[in-house]
Design a protein around this ligand. Structure first.
Ligand SMILES: Nc1ncnc2c1ncn2[C@@H]1O[C@H](COP(=O)(O)OP(=O)(O)OP(=O)(O)O)[C@@H](O)[C@H]1O
Length: 227
């Protein structure tokens, strides 16, 4: 079902214009902005939200907050190119972000509720698709899992699985990190290490959009509330 944008009530979301891109590397180039204009989405037959508008600039972060069922995960899926946009537009650097889904997929890392750890592979083997051994070691050190590198994935605790998922996300450069309750199950030290990865990503001009009910180590993030 198509939903005419002009009938959708705008959401009082705030735009964000964060730092400019500091490093033009294999991640993000300067001035990139993620912009949503009057987005609407259904889940099943139900309109979950409509009229969502916001923007996040390179180096910026936005926290999606709101009660259970308000559509935070739905919005993240939509930003990842995984959901259907019923109305409105998602722009990347001024262009339709979803016109070329493979290109969009290449700029996105999505950390959802599932950690996608393969139980029969070791911790290190779980990352081997994503980089060379040195990069794997670095990524495991960043989440303090290096000493468990040879342990089968099935033997990890919930928090350790989440740390492995974070390591996988951080291994390959991508401009846009989409995080759904990323710190669920993490201990205090792991949240601190995750904060360092987030800061490094943002200092390279990366963008973070995160849905959460918990405090996140994202200084200066703008809140975007879903009703
Ligand atoms: N697979 C699905 N099929 C149909 N409806 C769904 C599906 N997944 C979620 N929904 C509905 O979409 C709405 C938004 O759900 P969503 O998961 O986006 O909310 P949320 O804000 O992330 O919630 P929470 O804070 O509990 O994680 C809810 O009403 C939910 O019942």
């Amino acid at each position: 079902m198509l939903f005419p944008a002009r009938r959708l009530k705008p959401h009082p979301g705030r735009g964000v214009h964060g730092q400019t891109c500091q490093i033009v590397a294999s991640t993000v180039c300067g001035g990139v902005v993620l912009q949503a204009e009057n987005l609407a989405a259904f889940r099943g037959e139900r309109l979950v939200f409509a009229g969502l508008s916001f923007s996040v600039a390179a180096g910026g972060a936005m926290l999606l907050v709101g009660p259970n069922g308000s559509g935070k995960s739905t919005l993240l899926r939509l930003l990842a190119g995984l959901g259907r946009v019923e109305a409105g537009r998602l722009l990347w650097d001024g262009q339709d972000a979803l016109a070329d889904l493979p290109t969009h997929a290449g700029r996105v890392r999505y950390l959802g509720h599932q950690d996608a750890v393969k139980p029969g592979l070791t911790v290190a083997e779980n990352l081997r698709f994503w980089g060379a051994p040195t990069a794997i070691t670095r990524a495991l050190e960043a989440v303090d899992l290096a000493r468990l590198a040879d342990l089968p994935g099935r033997m990890l605790s919930a928090g350790q699985k989440r740390r492995l998922a974070i390591a996988r996300m951080a291994m390959t450069p991508a401009a846009l990190w989409l995080l759904d309750e990323p710190t669920l199950g993490l201990d205090v030290a792991s949240v601190g290490r995750f904060g360092e990865l987030l800061a490094a990503h943002r200092s390279r001009g990366g963008i973070v959009v995160a849905a959460t009910h918990l405090p996140l180590p994202l200084p200066d993030a703008t809140e975007f509330r879903l009703a």
